[in-house]
Design a protein around this ligand. Structure first.
Ligand code: GDP
Length: 432
């Protein structure tokens, strides 16, 4: 989600403008010169486009003077934003402080929209044209308080935002694509045969989606799924054309083409290196993951407890994967597969509202701040979810985070929001 930062001197009306943009009367804290207010993000929508507005009311308390303060604030905003709204007071016109900030803004390649606030009437609107002198292009006269000019401003913001990514959540829903992978003899064909009674012939197109001829549509749990590379499962390529290398390429291709992967493991044998490699392919491709331990019928009742411990240890890097113990032969727990796939896909496509994400994050970093290293501790300023499938997050910080602390944030994020069955990605954008 793109980020729009609101920058300007205290009292130019940034909070009021943010309220106007997010379209609700909310007690955004007032500008008070000299008082630190942390950068708070809000979700906003206009003409079907969503973006995050960051109110950079924060005032660096240790800054020597106003010009330094505005420069520092502008700098932070510029680094983290896609578009900057630079707000000036039409009644006051441009000041030295404004000019200092403009220098900073111009050095960046970010689009800057000049907002001439407090243009409550036509006369002041005319005055605002003098702000061309700031060299930021056409000033947008706005009365944040009364709403005057705010529609034009919002249109300008949308025009300046980066291209909207394809909206994954709203794409027309064909059958979900699932890969069934695992080393030879774990029981892939046997499991597929469990569903084959319902299997339909390969078709060319289903509701506007093109089905690759090596795929087929199978019924799993009363729902139609597109099983990628079914041909590979049937033809026993392992025996015919041989090499492990070829089989591994085929597996990688199936995972890449799928949205969710079922990795089949043999519960009667230890987890092998090859099993681990397949699991890594899935996590690195960022696909949703269900791990199915097949041949559970061969597992001795009193071995199960130890087996569970062993499995926990082997799979400790992916504790979030959904695990099933099933038997393709007896049919045990095969009915659990469809619910597991659906759960994993739901996690994979979860989007957390920015406000909720940041409320949670603020509480987290307050309770457990980043450890101090060499007299300093980086702060997390705010977070946004940059995408789904899998969920991707960006943390905006004052500096690089310790790997351990980043893992802690990821663990807590999972505790709070779930993501069972899905990998998540967290990247850190330290302010320069
Ligand atoms: P693939 O190479 O992964 O497709 O594995 P297959 O489906 O060909 O199965 C390999 C062997 O394991 C065959 O002899 C199957 O009968 C056997 N097998 C598959 N699933 C099970 C199961 O759940 N329990 C037991 N006991 N044997 C199974």
């Amino acid at each position: 989600q793109p980020v729009v930062a609101v920058v300007g001197r205290p009292n130019v009306g940034k909070s009021t403008l943010v309220n106007r943009i997010i379209g609700r009367r909310q007690a955004v804290v007032e500008d008070v010169p000299g008082v630190t207010r942390d950068r708070v993000p809000y979700d906003a929508q206009w003409n079907g486009r969503s973006f995050t507005v960051v109110d950079t009311g924060g005032w660096e308390p240790d800054a020597k003077d106003r010009a330094a303060a505005i420069a520092a604030q502008a700098e932070t905003a510029v680094v983290t934003a896609d578009v900057v709204l630079f707000v000036v007071d039409s009644m006051v016109g441009s000041t030295d402080v404004d000019e200092a900030a403009v220098k900073m803004l111009r050095r960046s390649a970010k689009p800057v929209i000049l907002v001439a606030n407090k243009a409550d009437n036509t006369a002041i609107e005319m005055e605002a044209t003098s702000l061309w002198s700031l060299g930021l292009g056409e000033p947008f006269p706005v009365s944040a308080l009364h709403g005057r000019g705010s529609g034009d401003l919002l249109d300008a913001i949308l025009a300046a935002l980066p291209e909207a990514p394809a909206i994954v959540e709203n794409r027309p829903r064909g059958p979900r694509r699932v890969a069934l992978v695992g080393r030879p003899n774990v029981g892939k064909s046997s499991l597929l045969n469990r569903f084959s009674g319902e299997e339909r012939a390969v078709v060319d197109s289903v509701a506007g989606t093109t089905v690759d001829p090596v795929d087929s549509l199978v019924d799993i749990g009363g729902q139609t799924w597109q099983l990628v590379d079914t041909a590979g499962l049937r033809k026993r390529v392992g025996k015919a054309s041989g090499t492990e290398y070829y089989a591994s390429l085929r597996t990688a291709g199936a995972i890449e083409a799928a949205e969710v992967a079922v990795v089949l493991l043999d519960a009667s044998e230890p987890i092998s290196e090859q099993d681990q490699r397949i699991l890594t392919m899935v996590t690195e491709a960022g696909r949703a993951l269900v791990i199915a331990f097949n041949k559970w019928d061969l597992v001795d009742a009193d071995r199960r407890y130890y087996l569970d411990k062993e499995i926990d240890r082997e799979l400790r890097r992916i504790p979030w994967a959904i695990r099933l113990n099933l038997s393709a032969m007896t049919g045990r727990a095969v009915d659990k597969l469809a619910p597991a796939l659906n759960k994993a896909l739901a996690s994979w496509e979860t989007r957390v509202p920015t406000a909720h994400l940041n409320q949670w994050l603020t509480a987290l970093v307050q309770a457990t701040p980043h450890p101090v290293r060499g007299g300093r501790a980086p702060r997390i300023l705010f977070a946004t979810q940059a995408g789904v499938a899998p969920p991707r997050f960006v943390l905006f910080t004052t500096g690089p985070l310790d790997a351990g602390y980043q893992r802690f944030v990821e663990r807590k994020l999972r505790e709070e929001f779930g993501y069972e069955g899905s990998p998540i990605e967290i990247s850190v954008r330290p302010r320069k």
